[in-house]
Design a protein around this ligand. Structure first.
Ligand SMILES: [Zn+2]
Length: 310
């Protein structure tokens, strides 16, 4: 059986994994390097090459192809990266450059897509809803992203932005977003946005986790911050639910760890969707930090690499 090779490219770390058996979430090998993206785009390509060489040396294996999860996404029409918060990548033909530098074909997807794909193949969806056909994966942490998986494969979309709900308009109170627009989902419900809202109420700047704890001990400002999150989480997700009508939604990232999302957040979603019942399960992920790199490896599963949409 052919091993699956995956790379998760982040702004600070680049991680590689080899999955020996596609049926099991047990890596044969896992290596991490600093991306050193401040040294520029060519340096990042060099680091990925170094990582793959290390993986080959340590495993004694050679990849047929490699899946890679990236911040932002590859524009399928223009062939260049866009929307990456790791800005050295934007405007660059990352896939073509990697294939030229390494002489190996790459399958590429956004990191939120990889998260969703990993949870479908090896995580919470595989475990709890193995028959789910349409899955929406949410990453809500320092930013807000999303990925669509249909019948076990990533749906990238014509422009590569399938599932990118983080920059839908949600509420003007979020203010200006790094993307240039105002009131994006990310400016309202991402971790930094919640922390900023709480600071505006109290003048203090604790981290999100502490705000969530303060809310459960009854502090009014922390509670107001969480209530606002639940309200807008449901409102934002109702747009996805109405358009995609997924079988399951899986929620990852630091904001996704807040238990109230699965009670009050769901109550809010129920209020906003165009349906008289809400029976789409909204669940927590299983793979934690491993989802990104495992999902990248899952991009090389036969039915994924043959997908017509990427
Ligand atoms: Zn935005």
């Amino acid at each position: 059986m052919e091993a699956l090779w995956g790379i998760d490219l982040g702004g600070t770390k680049v991680e590689g994994v080899i999955m020996a058996d596609p049926a099991r979430a047990e890596p044969l090998l896992r290596i991490r390097l600093d991306t050193e993206s401040r040294l520029g785009y060519d340096h990042v390509i060099g680091r990925i090459k170094e990582l793959v060489q290390k993986m080959m040396e340590e495993s004694g294996l050679k990849p047929q192809r490699i899946g890679i999860g990236t911040p932002g996404e590859l524009d399928p029409i223009l062939g260049v990266m866009k929307n990456a918060n790791s800005v050295v990548l934007n405007g660059k033909p990352l896939k073509a450059d990697l294939e030229q530098a390494l002489g190996i074909p790459f399958e590429m997807a956004n990191d939120a897509n990889c998260f969703a794909l990993a949870e479908v193949h090896w995580g919470a969806i595989a475990r709890q809803f193995p028959k789910a056909r349409v899955v929406f994966g949410v990453i809500a942490g320092t930013g807000v992203g999303g990925g669509i998986v249909i019948d076990g494969k990533v749906w990238n979309g014509k422009h590569g932005i399938g599932g990118e709900w983080g920059h839908n308009f949600l509420d003007g109170s979020g203010g200006r977003c790094y993307c240039g627009k105002v009131g994006c989902v990310e400016t309202v419900i991402a971790g930094p946005a919640l922390e900023k809202y709480y600071t505006g109420l109290t003048g203090r700047s604790p981290r999100l986790k502490e705000i969530a704890n303060l809310a459960s001990s009854g502090e009014p400002e922390a509670k107001a911050t969480m209530d606002r999150l639940y309200h807008f989480f449901g409102k934002a997700l109702s747009v996805i639910t109405n358009i995609l009508d997924p079988d399951v939604i899986v929620v990852g990232g630091g904001v996704g760890n807040i238990p109230g999302l699965y009670t009050e957040g769901l109550a809010s979603l129920k209020q906003f969707i165009f349906n008289n019942t809400l029976d789409v399960p909204v669940i927590a992920p299983l793979l934690g930090d491993s989802a990104g790199v495992f999902g990248a490896a899952a991009l090389t599963l036969k039915h994924n690499s043959a997908a017509p949409n990427h």
